[in-house]
Design a protein around this ligand. Structure first.
Ligand code: WT7
Length: 665
């Protein structure tokens, strides 16, 4: 079903895939929310030219306000004081749960696909309301009040979402920490967020293997004396899991004595909903702050239009709730629309590479959303894992987290989508809260590898990185920026507004700076070119090179380290670490193994360096600054175009460096 104008793969800009006929002219009569480019353009123009009219309409259509807003927005990117619907009041858990539970308590909120195949269960909106209320009452009994912070460190189970919603019900701020992070990473986040309570589980299960979730919390809390209570959900029931009766409380015991109703606390649209830690250019992760009304609107509106959600749809996003994608598209977006969301606890290759596709068939999933790294990995296993399943329920399939190469896009479209689904390559970030560049399934002709056009209300710019000047017209490349505030954007960094301004708003005054390079092609399509800062993207997970370097430095054998991203076929980028050892320490394979362990221990398995190279000397300027640009070029196999080397203090180290890299990669 393609109208490619050139041989496949010949040129990235060549093939154009129009929206599938099945969506544009549906047999079941359900028209897409946006069904042509004209309609997209009309709505987009309205969102830019008549923002008050546009946002008033959608915010009243998608959100139930306790107190209606009279003002749509205020503040500017220049001043960093943006606020949306500032005098409006609402409660997110009411919007996500009560609205649907009151209307139709039997409607399914979550389909929970447990780690073990065949162990699926459902949570209706009626049940969800009771669970959220009971848990909210438990949190109140701990003495928590509006504005307090709760850390959540849990496996991918419905109770993780219940925990988030219970916090939201009381106006508590949650900070979910991905349960693959180590105890020291968890401790750092708990302390920075000043969390007083941690919600966790005894153990997790992934691919049949237990994860020592509670034990990691116990280790982390050795350095977090301010945490008063740990609420523990019993997931596996392993009796060997330690329990400290002075601090720990079993979830099932605590809720048993609580009333299953709790009135929602009405909060200001601008009250914080959550903090989510993400990596930046420095070693210290930043707690990105999202507020209530604008975030919920972004989540609901993007999901509705980008995945074209209608009544009865079953939406599945495979991201972990520890990442923004899990927040927005596993929990808040689907529930805000009263839809059904699949919570997937396992891994795509357990028990074999057909797990996702069996999931689609078993639950008649209508929209499926995953990352390019999973698509590339599953593709390697061969088409038969996909084609043996009935995937005819699918209408829209999405990709997120990193650029998707046209080859992987085409496989996803042809094999998973059967040529009959819309593929949406969605570009966004932890900081943007929801999609900012994305196709709309019934409207946008896709070009594989391009995230296509801006979402409603998002005004994009490509800037010259040196001068900061906006590059007008098409066929331009530079850094990606956004020209005006949008509802779901982050408002600040917890405890460090200065860092927020310096990272996003000061580099190019008047613009939000995304940190990615991008081009706009001759047809106005946007192509994301990857990070322009010291952030690398491994399997769609954002890692700061400085964070990995600080972990390496903790090891007593290490003198210096420099970390760069190396291109990797499967994971997009892979972590490549260069290390010099202290005098007298021998460069052995054992040392290398130990250093890799140090990083896994300090940060977690997602930060594991794929390559670690011990060198005598790092490339430096005469003033002693490491020149990472050279390392990046060498690992990318571009040692012949190293560029200006005049600042390099000792050019003689290059040959050794290049041969060591060649031997290691
Ligand atoms: C970075 C944000 C919120 C999405 C999950 C990751 C890269 C994300 C795409 C895409 C090209 C993408 C960017 C961005 N990225 N989506 N569709 N095409 N690149 O969120 O951890 O905040 O990372 O992921 O580099 O800046 P995140």
């Amino acid at each position: 079903m393609t109208t490619s104008t050139a041989q496949e793969g010949a040129s990235e800009a060549a093939a154009i895939y129009p929206p599938p006929q099945r969506l544009v002219n549906p047999e079941n009569g359900v028209k897409p929310w946006c069904s042509s480019m004209e309609e997209y353009e009309t709505l987009y123009k309205e969102s830019i030219n008549e923002p008050t009219k546009f946002w008033t309409r959608v915010a009243n259509e998608l959100i139930t306000w306790d107190k209606p807003f009279t003002r749509v927005s205020q503040g500017s990117l220049k001043d960093g004081d943006m606020a949306w619907f500032p005098d409006g009041q609402l409660n997110i858990s009411y919007n996500c749960v009560d609205r649907w539970a009151l209307q139709d308590p039997e409607r399914v909120a979550f389909v929970y696909e447990a780690d073990a195949p065949g162990e699926a269960s459902k949570v209706t909106y009626g049940e969800l309301l009771k669970q959220v209320c009971s848990l909210a009452n438990v949190l109140t009994s701990f003495g928590l009040r509006k504005g307090d912070t709760v850390a959540i460190y849990m496996p991918m189970i419905p109770e993780a979402a219940v925990a988030m919603l219970a916090c939201a019900r009381l106006g508590l701020v949650h900070t979910v920490v991905f349960a693959g992070f180590s105890s020291s990473s968890l401790a750092e986040r708990v302390a920075d967020a000043r969390a007083r309570v941690v919600i966790t589980a005894d153990e997790g299960l992934r691919g049949g293997r237990p994860i020592r979730t509670k034990a990691i919390v116990d280790e982390a809390l050795l350095t977090c004396p301010e945490v008063e209570k740990v609420l523990v959900f019993r997931r596996t029931g392993n009796e060997a899991v330690a329990f400290n009766p002075d601090r720990d409380v079993w979830w099932h015991e605590a809720i048993a004595s609580q009333r299953p109703y709790c009135p929602p606390v009405s909060v200001s649209s601008e009250d914080p909903l959550f903090l989510l830690y993400t990596s930046g250019s420095t070693g210290k992760p930043k707690g990105v702050v999202h507020t209530t009304g604008g975030y919920l609107l972004g989540a609901a509106m993007t999901l509705k239009y980008v995945f074209d959600i209608h009544d009865g749809d079953v939406f599945c996003c495979t991201a972990d709730i520890g990442w923004i994608t899990g927040h927005t598209y596993v929990v808040y977006g689907p529930l805000a629309l009263g839809s059904t969301s699949v919570i997937f606890e396992s891994v795509p290759t357990f028990p074999d590479a057909s797990r996702y596709w069996k999931l689609v068939e078993d639950h008649k999933i209508t929209q499926f959303y995953t990352a390019p790294t999973a698509i590339r990995a599953l593709r390697r296993h061969g088409d038969s894992y996909v084609t043996k399943h009935d995937l005819s329920s699918l209408r829209v399939i999405g990709s997120v987290g990193e650029p998707i190469n046209p080859d992987a896009w085409t496989w996803y479209n042809n094999i998973v989508g059967g040529g009959k689904c819309a593929v949406v390559d969605t570009y966004w970030q932890t900081e943007t809260g929801s999609h900012v560049i994305t196709p709309l399934p019934g409207a946008t002709p896709a070009k594989p590898g391009s995230a296509t056009f801006p979402f409603f209300g998002v005004e994009l710019a490509i800037l010259d990185p040196q001068t900061g000047e906006e590059l007008e017209g098409n066929d331009v490349s530079g850094v990606l920026a956004i020209k005006r505030p949008w509802p779901s954007m982050a408002r600040t960094i917890a405890g460090d507004h200065k860092r927020f301004l310096e990272t996003y708003l000061r580099p190019y005054p008047g613009y939000y700076f995304a940190g990615d390079g991008a081009s706009r092609d001759a047809d106005g399509y946007y192509w994301i070119r990857g990070r322009v800062d010291d952030v690398i993207n491994v399997s769609g997970h954002r890692m700061s090179t400085a964070e990995v370097e600080s972990a390496l430095i903790c090891h007593p054998a290490v003198a210096e380290s420099a970390v760069v991203g190396a291109p990797d076929e499967l994971t997009g980028q892979a972590i490549c670490a260069f290390v010099t050892l202290k005098d007298g320490i021998e460069a052995t394979d054992d040392v290398k193994v130990e250093l890799v362990k140090e990083v896994r221990h300090r940060i977690g398995p997602i930060a594991t360096p794929k390559t670690l190279i011990l060198v005598d000397e790092l490339p430096k300027t005469r003033s002693g600054k490491i020149i990472r640009r050279i390392l990046r070029k060498v690992v990318a196999g571009e040692a012949d175009t190293l560029g200006d080397l005049s600042t390099l203090s000792d050019p003689s180290i290059l040959d050794v460096l290049i041969s060591k890299v060649a031997a290691a990669l």
